[in-house]
Write a protein that binds this ligand. Structure first.
Ligand SMILES: Nc1ncnc2c1ncn2[C@@H]1O[C@H](COP(=O)(O)OP(=O)(O)OP(=O)(O)O)[C@@H](O)[C@H]1O
Ligand SMILES: [Mg+2]
Length: 222
């Protein structure tokens, strides 16, 4: 679904990603772990065409390096960005409709709470509900690959659990490939079958999450 080879990304002259190789298979969920400033968000931006980069990015069998962001989105990738970026003064439903209207029933079935709250202004919703709106919005164009940037940020453990269950459903029932950036290793391991650890713009470790359990200790010591 997504193949990245030798990816380097730059802000001005600063090289933030230093030759990253990452794959996400069809229907697979993959996590990117790593400390603050490692380049995780930059990686997602590079995939979306929002930063200058070198290297190869292939999506759904097609080289996309030279495509603009909107063209990449049209091919079937969606991002749920860090900090959610919703329209706080609009209702839940208006936030969703800004992204499209065909998948409304699908996302309401996935998040029944959003159907109940569809007329509520987003700014009056809890952090967990807002995260649900952000994920739902990313699904409105029926993507083949959903990228999530730290969906657990600022949420209580029980809410993180609910978000994790929703992401697992998106993978299993909607059959959408997932690339999730997370510092919450429990959430990452719950939804992803493989993970990459990114440190200072390089992949320092990768493997199946079932075999990376010992990573937990190592990761928190970084
Ligand atoms: N727009 C920008 N201009 C210049 N430097 C940037 C820009 N955005 C990010 N950086 C730098 O790139 C590096 C990687 O940032 P990035 O946001 O990708 O890290 P991250 O792994 O997502 O961190 P976090 O876990 O805190 O979200 C950092 O050193 C950061 O200061
Ligand atoms: Mg980030």
């Amino acid at each position: 679904m997504l193949e990245i080879k030798g990816l380097k990304a730059y802000y001005d002259e600063a090289e933030i990603l230093r030759g990253v190789d990452i794959n996400v298979g069809k229907g697979e969920a993959v996590a990117i772990l790593g400390p603050n400033g490692a380049g995780k968000t930059t990686l997602l931006k590079a995939i979306c065409g929002l930063v200058r980069c070198k290297g190869e990015i292939t999506f759904d069998g097609r080289r996309i390096n030279d495509l603009k962001t909107h063209e990449r989105i049209r091919l079937g990738m969606a991002i749920c960005p860090e900090g959610r970026r919703l329209f706080p003064n609009l209702t839940v439903e208006d936030n969703l409709l800004l992204a499209g209207d065909e998948e409304l029933d699908t996302v309401y079935s996935l998040f029944p709470r959003l159907r109940e709250r569809k007329k509520q202004l987003v700014k009056t919703m809890s952090g967990g509900e807002q995260q649900m709106v952000a994920i739902a919005r990313a699904l409105m164009r029926k993507p083949k690959l959903l990228m999530l940037d730290e969906p657990s940020t600022g949420l209580a453990p029980i809410v993180v659990e609910a978000i994790g269950s929703a992401i697992s459903k998106i993978r299993d029932e909607l059959r959408i490939s997932i690339l999730i950036v997370e510092q919450n290793i429990h959430l990452a391991f719950k939804v992803a079958s493989r993970a990459y650890v990114l440190v200072k713009g390089e992949v320092v470790k990768e493997g199946r999450t079932s075999e990376l359990r010992e990573l937990e200790k190592e990761y928190f010591e970084m």
